[in-house]
Each structure stands twice: as structure tokens, then as C-alpha cells.
Design a protein around this ligand. Structure first.
Ligand code: OXD
Ligand code: MN
Length: 594
């Protein structure tokens, strides 16, 4: 398959450790993928769904103890602890290799080791980075075939180079006590063991395209961010691009695939999706910041996805999709999840995510254990099947970014939208990003979790150095994007959301883009620029008046003041590498708040 000595000797070493019965190279062909699907169905690892209704679609269930990313068991193994920083778990690389080697030893006996050569980004482009994942899971192979660009052309493009990311994944016993997701950024290596859940085992995604890539980006002068990328097309055909970072489960996929309200559709506005989760950003020759989505598919949360919230995502999942941990409707061999529609499969025809008969009549919104689909159940779907996929999805150069948008879930503090006063202030805005926990999650409601740039679980090095890298990048981008913050989740005194959200977020995106072009005024406040209420278009909105907008864009000085201590506490936790510029920004904010 390849003569690359670095590749071959590494595979030999890993095979000697894990001792598979055989080694199979994944070549990216449909014939091989089809044979693997058949094999997975014959062993029960996957279920082939109704091929008339859902062509090319399959269902998989993970182990009950293995349903989400495990931040507590995710480690950054740099030789110096300070280089991983206080926000990451750290283990000494040597200690970690030794510890995990014991878990890997002989773990593939009686199993096959699959060798997956893959590219993040388009093979041969300036953005592309190559990886090889070794895994004993067909499910992983089939997901990687959707999420990344897999094929022998990756090996050709790599040539004799040693510069590939070495990923080793073994399911082992799926023992949660011995589950580890470890990153060795200094060695371009990722080791994952005892899990079969997407975010822990599809090593191209969070592990490579965010944690390792963020480390490489800092060394090489680019950025790997937890951001969607979308294009807004104007009636004259011009398209402007926005990238946006929100914490996990705050609606990135919905925003990326937004359908504009009717009044905009009639005028000819459209929104195109370039990516829903990860952006790699580089400074272009023209001095602007250019972005690609390094992935090739969507690994989206199923519950809540429906014809209203995200019709584009729903259509994307109608073919060639792997569903994980959703309800199996055995009446017609299809799938269902909470929030899809009001027709759950009836008792006798429904199998829940654990593989047990499910009775929808016992469903209680407040009790997660009564759900048919796991709240973190997923679809793995091909980008190419997305009806609103941007024509620039495959562009070698990426797309030029006009605006970077940060966002969180804040009941009171953050207004609907505000604009930072420049790159340094915008970096500060990103660094203090936060979300409040909702009643949907276990634990206290309204607890603020700081999640800088939505990267808290994904920065592969010291968070203070990451902030510094943001500031340094700003100095190098002659024509930098404007930086904004949005909050779709402001609530009234009864706890109801004030802003309708979803497609109507288009109204805010248009204000953001108008600001980028200097086409609209704004009001300067202590935190930055907020819209004049009349500049957010409310035509066609039933429950939103100009007074509602006034309320939404008002700055609640008291709740900001109350937030300052929490920000200081967080900066202190990040530690002494927080750049002085950000402390100055914080002092400035405190002063302006009075
Ligand atoms: C994801 C996440 O799965 O952010 O995208 O957790
Ligand atoms: Mn994500």
C-alpha cells in the first residue's frame, strides 16, 4: 500500500503490541465499505434499516456505559505539565505510554486491525493534514469513511513523509475505569482505549482536528477552532462568510443549516453551510482570514432535530447515514428520537437505545431514563447529502471570513448581539465566553461554566498560550474579521426565551454583516457596540416588538458586574500565562461598568 518506512514501522510496532489476527487496509472504495457493512450486520454490530425509506442507512448501539465524550479521562501528555496547563488533564508521556500499553497489549487478539489513511481537509490542499487511524472497530471505519476523506491517495500525498498523525484505537473491554483518550502533541500521536463512542474514537474529529491541530496551528501560525462556517447569500448573488463558536449542544448545526425567514427568502436571500463543528483558519495572500471545514460529514445530535428546527439536517440524514443510540421502529424498520415528531413508535414496535422494548406512554420529560433515544444519540451523515451545502465546501482555498461570532447560553447577562471594539477586545470576548447549565442537565440550574471560544475541552495545550496565540494572530491579519457575541437564550422573568431563534437568527446575522461593511450604526456601551433597536428587522415576527428588541439588546450592568469575579476566578485558574492584554481588557470592562 505504501513504502513509507515511518508508516510501516509504526504499524508493525502497534500490531506487535495489540496482536490482531489480521490487518486490513481501508482503501476508500465502495466495494470494501459495503463488505464491511455486511460483516457488521452479520455480527449484530449494525442493523440495516429500511432501504426504501432510508437508503444506505444503518443503526448502531454503543455499550450502555459508553455514550459521550469523557472529559475527565481525556489527557494532554506534554513533556512539561505547564505546557498542558491547568484546564487540561495532564499525564507524563512516558508514564502514559506505559500505562496504556498494558491496556492495549493483546487487545486485538481474535480481531482485525483496520488501517485507515485519512485526510482532514482536501488531499493536496494547503490546509490538509494527514492521519492514519488503527482501529479494531468496523463501526469506527464506517464512520471515518463518512466524516473524513479516506483513501489510498492520502498515502500517495504523504509520500515518504513522517508528518502524519498516528492514531491508535482499541475497544478492548469497553471498561470505563480504564478508558483513556490521550494526546501526545509533541509526537503527533493519539491513543484511545476502552471506548466505542464517536467523540472518543473517531480520532480525526475532536482529537486531531481540534486538540492536535490547535497545537500545530500555534507552531505553524494558523488556527483550529470549534466553529461552524456558513455563507449568507444576498439577492445580488454575493456571499459573505461567518464562522461561529458555541459550546457543545448550543445549536451550531442548526445555525450552520439555517433556513431564512420567508420575508428574506422572497427577496432571494440564502444560507449555505460550509461546516457545522470545526474550522481551520489561515491568513490568505489577500490579508484576510480564510477558513475550511476539515471534515467531510456531520456527527450531529439527533434529539430535537426535526422539520422545524433543522429540515436541512433531517434531509441530510435520509440516506447513507449511521444512526447511533436512537429508537428502532421495528414496524417499518426505521428510526425515531425525542423531538422528531409526535408519532413515536408504539409499544411492541419500539426498541430503545439500550436494545430493550420501549414504551413511549411512560415517557416523562423530566426523567432521562424514560427516553427512547439517548439524549446524546447521533447521526453520522455525509456533507454531500446536505441540501444547503455550500458550493465552496470543496474549495482548496476555503472561504474568506467577514465575521467571527462567539455565543453562549445566558439567561440575563449577554444581550442578543454585541460587537467587540477590535481583535484584542474580541479575543477577550471569546476568552470570557460562558454558558449556563439548564434544567435538562444534571446538577444545579444556572451555573456558569466558562468555555473560552467553546474550546475548553479541545485546546491541546495551555489555555493561556492559546489566548496569546489569538492575540498574536490578530497582529498578523491585515484585514481581520470583526468579532461579535450573540445570545439566543435570554429569558424573561418567567424563564421563557424572548428571542424566537432558529431561522430568525438570520435577522441578527444580517446586522452583523452590515456592521462589517460599515452600513449600519450602533450604540457604544460598556461591553461593546449593540444594535439600535430599529436596526434589527422584525417584519413578519408575531411576538416580537421594537420594545422586545430594546430589552434584548440592553446591557444588564448589574449581572455583568456580578460576572466579573467569576471571570477573574477563571483567569486565575488558567494561570500565569493569561496575557496581560486580557487582564487589561478585564480591568477596562470593570471600569466602564462603574
Ligand atoms: C460534538 C461536541 O460532538 O462538541 O461536536 O461535543
Ligand atoms: Mn462540537
Amino acid at each position: 500500500m505504501t513504502q513509507n518506512k515511518h508508516v510501516l514501522s509504526w504499524i508493525d510496532e502497534m500490531a506487535a503490541l495489540t496482536q490482531p489476527d489480521k490487518i486490513v487496509w481501508i482503501d476508500g472504495t465502495e466495494e470494501q465499505a459495503e463488505a464491511l457493512r455486511a460483516e457488521a450486520c452479520s455480527t449484530g454490530e449494525m442493523i440495516k434499516l429500511n432501504q426504501e425509506k432510508l437508503p444506505g442507512c444503518y443503526l448502531h448501539r454503543t455499550a450502555v456505559n459508553d455514550v459521550a465524550r469523557v472529559e475527565g479521562r481525556t489527557f494532554i501528555c506534554t513533556s512539561k505539565k505547564e505546557d498542558a496547563g491547568n484546564i487540561n488533564n495532564w499525564m507524563d508521556p512516558q508514564e502514559c505510554y506505559e500505562k496504556l500499553s498494558k491496556l492495549y497489549r493483546g487487545s486485538m487478539k481474535g480481531r482485525t486491525m483496520y488501517v485507515i489513511p485519512y485526510s482532514m481537509g482536501i488531499v493536496g490542499s494547503d490546509f490538509a493534514k494527514y492521519g492514519i487511524e488503527l482501529t479494531d472497530s468496523i463501526y469506527v471505519v464506517l464512520n471515518m469513511l463518512i466524516m473524513t476523506r479516506v483513501g489510498l491517495n492520502v498515502l500517495e500525498a504523504l509520500g515518504d513523509d513522517a508528518g502524519f498523525i498516528k492514531g491508535l484505537h482499541a475497544k478492548a473491554d469497553l471498561d470505563e475505569e480504564n478508558r483513556y483518550i490521550c494526546h501526545f502533541p509533541e509526537d503527533n500521536t493519539i491513543w484511545s482505549v476502552n471506548s466505542g463512542y464517536g467523540g472518543n474514537v473517531l480520532l480525526g474529529k475532536k482529537c486531531f482536528a481540534l486538540r492536535i491541530a490547535s497545537f500545530l496551528g500555534r507552531l505553524e501560525g494558523w488556527m483550529a477552532e470549534h466553529m461552524l462556517i456558513l455563507g449568507v447569500e444576498y439577492p445580488n448573488g454575493e456571499v459573505k462568510y461567518i464562522s461561529a463558536a458555541f459550546p457543545s449542544a448550543c445549536g451550531k448545526t442548526n445555525l450552520a443549516m439555517l433556513i431564512p425567514p420567508e420575508i428574506y427568502q422572497k427577496q432571494g436571500y440564502k444560507v449555505w453551510c460550509v461546516g457545522d463543528d470545526i474550522a481551520w483558519l489561515r491568513i490568505g495572500k489577500d490579508g484576510r482570514l480564510w477558513a475550511v471545514n476539515p471534515e467531510n460529514g456531520f456527527f450531529g445530535v439527533a434529539p430535537g432535530t426535526n422539520e422545524k428546527s433543522n429540515p436541512n439536517a433531517l434531509h441530510t440524514t435520509m440516506k447513507d447515514t449511521i444512526f447511533t443510540n436512537v429508537v428502532h421502529n421495528t414496524a417499518d424498520n426505521t428510526v425515531w428520537w425525542e423531538g422528531l415528531d409526535n408519532n413515536p413508535p408504539q409499544p411492541g414496535n419500539a426498541i430503545d437505545w439500550k436494545g430493550n422494548p420501549w414504551d413511549c406512554t411512560k415517557y416523562d420529560k423530566k426523567d432521562k431514563s424514560t427516553c427512547g433515544a439517548h439524549p446524546n444519540s447521533r447521526f453520522t451523515a455525509k456533507a454531500i447529502n446536505c441540501p444547503c451545502l455550500s458550493s465552496e465546501f470543496d474549495s482548496l482555498a476555503g472561504v474568506p471570513i467577514s465575521a467571527i461570532v462567539f455565543g453562549g447560553r445566558r439567561a440575563k447577562t449577554a444581550p442578543l448581539v454585541y460587537q467587540s471594539t477590535g481583535w484584542q477586545n474580541g479575543t477577550f470576548v471569546g476568552s470570557i465566553m460562558a454558558s449556563e447549565t439548564t434544567a435538562a442537565a444534571a446538577g444545579a440550574v444556572g451555573v456558569v461554566r466558562r468555555d473560552p471560544m467553546a474550546m475548553r475541552p479541545f485546546v491541546g495545550y495551555n489555555m493561556g498560550d492559546y489566548f496569546k496565540h489569538w492575540l498574536d494572530m490578530g497582529k498578523k491579519i491585515p484585514n481581520a474579521p470583526q468579532i461579535f457575541h450573540v445570545n439566543w437564550f435570554r429569558t424573561d422573568d418567567d424563564g421563557n426565551f424572548i428571542w424566537p431563534g432558529f431561522g430568525d437568527n438570520m435577522r441578527v446575522l444580517l446586522w452583523i454583516l452590515a456592521r462589517c461593511e460599515g452600513k449600519v450604526d450602533a450604540v457604544k456601551t460598556a461591553i461593546g457596540y449593540v444594535p439600535k433597536a430599529e436596526d434589527i428587522n422584525i417584519e413578519g415576527l408575531d411576538d416580537v416588538t421594537i420594545d422586545t428588541i430594546r430589552e434584548l439588546v440592553s446591557v444588564d450592568t448589574e449581572s455583568w458586574k456580578a460576572d466579573i469575579d467569576n471571570i477573574k476566578e477563571f483567569y486565575n485558574l488558567v494561570g500565569d500565562r493569561v496575557p496581560a492584554e486580557l487582564w487589561e481588557e478585564l480591568a477596562g470592562l470593570e471600569e466602564r461598568l462603574g
